[in-house]
Ligand binder design. Structure first.
Ligand code: GDP
Length: 436
């Protein structure tokens, strides 16, 4: 799904625009403990194009200095992650020095930037049209997010810049691995261990060093790209409140783009609330995952220490109890060599297709062992099931009445399928269809 990021000064109307486009279509598939989705990130749809909209800003800042550095950080995030960048300015206030700086910055990259002039009261008439043109970002698009004017035209423009499907082809055999986890859990250390080299990439923009987030590498015939989420925090220029937002955006984006997520947990701390939240995102995005317990070198071991911890971790992250748990030290390299093989195995599970005949044999056995639920004298009947997708494996159940299904029975079916067919490391998705 393409990613569209909105960048702009505070109060230019980014969230109003965001809410107009997204409407009430924020969907939460399932309640995962610890996951609260705010409106940083939401799915949207226009003319059969599905995309994700990210609002990179949102905090009002006191000083011009801080404002500028925050806007640069926003723009950097957008450049790193988005397919299309919306740069929003305010028609009422006109252009500011900060707008011009950010436009300068955005122009240096090859990313498609759409300049949106908001708060155009007498839409479509745009005053000082030439000022906006002078930003060098092409035609300005006049809108009034407040009055919902001009949005359709901008949306047409946005979707016209989505990458062709073909772009996916060349990347098809590259496995994308996201390394996620809270600060200091050892993400960079692990990435470096996997890549076996220190990696500092200096961008061509004076005064900014940044970590590239994608690093492609190869092991034998296998091609991978590692998506690092550690970078931004270490620049230390951004105000505290914003850091949280940026790291959430970064983490979410990395998760969405990956095939397999390595979810890092600190061995000494065990699973924390923040870990649960991050793991929750991975689960909700339907991504395959491996829970990596890092800093294992710091743990004093007795008999069964590892098994006990494995149980504890899986019970703390119970919504993800299908995932392997792997104990490493990114520092000493203990058991890190095994990770890529595990990633490959996970990927194979997430992309596995089960023939319909076998599925329905399993379904017959499962429903014979424990009857489907009933309500007010009517019993759920499951006629048939078939796998309609992978990554994650997606099954459609044809039933007499979807309302009769219970969450607990779906969970039972899921466990039955896992017992029969595996699917280690990947969530499983079910859809119900009524068949008359
Ligand atoms: P990030 O913020 O998740 O990228 O974490 P870093 O990779 O920067 O690691 C944070 C700190 O933990 C650094 O001081 C690392 O040297 C240390 N560290 C990372 N992995 C290990 C490990 O396996 N064992 C030990 N003892 N220290 C580690």
């Amino acid at each position: 799904k393409p990613l569209v990021a909105i960048v702009g000064r505070p109060n230019v109307g980014k969230s109003t625009f965001f809410n107009r486009i997204v409407g009430k279509r924020v969907s939460i598939v399932e309640d995962t403990p610890g996951v609260t989705r705010d409106r940083i990130y939401a799915d949207a749809e226009w003319l059969n194009y599905h995309f994700t909209l990210v609002d990179t800003g949102g905090i009002d800042l006191a000083s011009e200095d801080v404002l500028l550095s925050q806007m640069r950080a926003q723009a950097q995030i957008a450049i790193d992650t988005a397919d299309v960048i919306l740069f929003m300015v305010d028609a009422k206030q006109g252009l500011t020095a900060a707008d011009e700086e950010v436009a300068d910055f955005l122009r240096r990259f090859k990313k498609r930037v759409i300049l949106i002039v908001n708060k155009v009261d007498n839409y479509p008439k745009l005053d000082n049209y030439y000022d906006f043109y002078a930003l060098g970002l092409g035609d300005p698009w006049a809108v009034s997010a407040g009055q919902a004017l001009g949005l359709g035209d901008v949306l047409d423009e946005i979707v016209s810049h989505f990458p062709e499907e073909s772009r996916g082809d060349e990347e098809e055999d590259i496995l994308h691995i996201a390394v996620v986890g809270k600060p200091n859990v050892g993400k960079s250390s692990l990435v470096n261990t996997i890549l076996r080299e220190e990696r500092v990439i200096v961008s061509d923009i004076p005064g900014t060093t940044r970590d590239a987030i994608d690093t492609p590498f190869q092991e034998g015939e296998d091609r991978y790209t590692i998506i690092d989420t550690a970078g931004l925090r270490k620049r230390g220029r951004i105000e505290d409140e914003s850091i949280e937002r940026y790291s959430v955006i970064r983490t979410l984006t990395a998760i969405r783009r990956c095939d397999v997520a390595l979810v890092l947990v600190d061995a000494q701390q065990g699973v924390t609330e923040q870990d649960t939240k991050i793991a929750g995102y991975v689960h909700e995005e339907g991504k395959s995952s491996i829970i990596i317990v890092n800093k294992w070198d710091l743990i004093e071991k007795q008999t069964n220490t590892m098994e006990k911890m494995r149980k504890q971790v899986l019970s703390d992250l119970s919504f993800m109890d299908y995932s392997p748990v792997h104990f490493i030290s990114a520092k000493t390299g203990q058991r890190t060599q095994k990770i890529l093989d595990m990633v490959k195995a996970n990927y194979a599970e997430a992309t596995k297709r089960i023939p319909t005949g076998l599925l329905n044999d399993a379904l017959g056995d499962a429903t014979a062992a424990i009857q489907p639920p009933s309500d007010k004298g009517r019993r759920l009947r499951i006629y048939y099931m078939t796998q309609v997708g992978v990554k994650p494996p997606h099954f459609v159940l044809f039933v007499n009445d979807p309302e009769l299904m219970h969450f607990s029975y779906l969970r039972y079916l899921e466990n039955y399928l896992r017992k029969t067919f595996g699917f280690s490391g990947t969530p499983i998705k079910f859809s119900l269809r009524a068949r008359g």
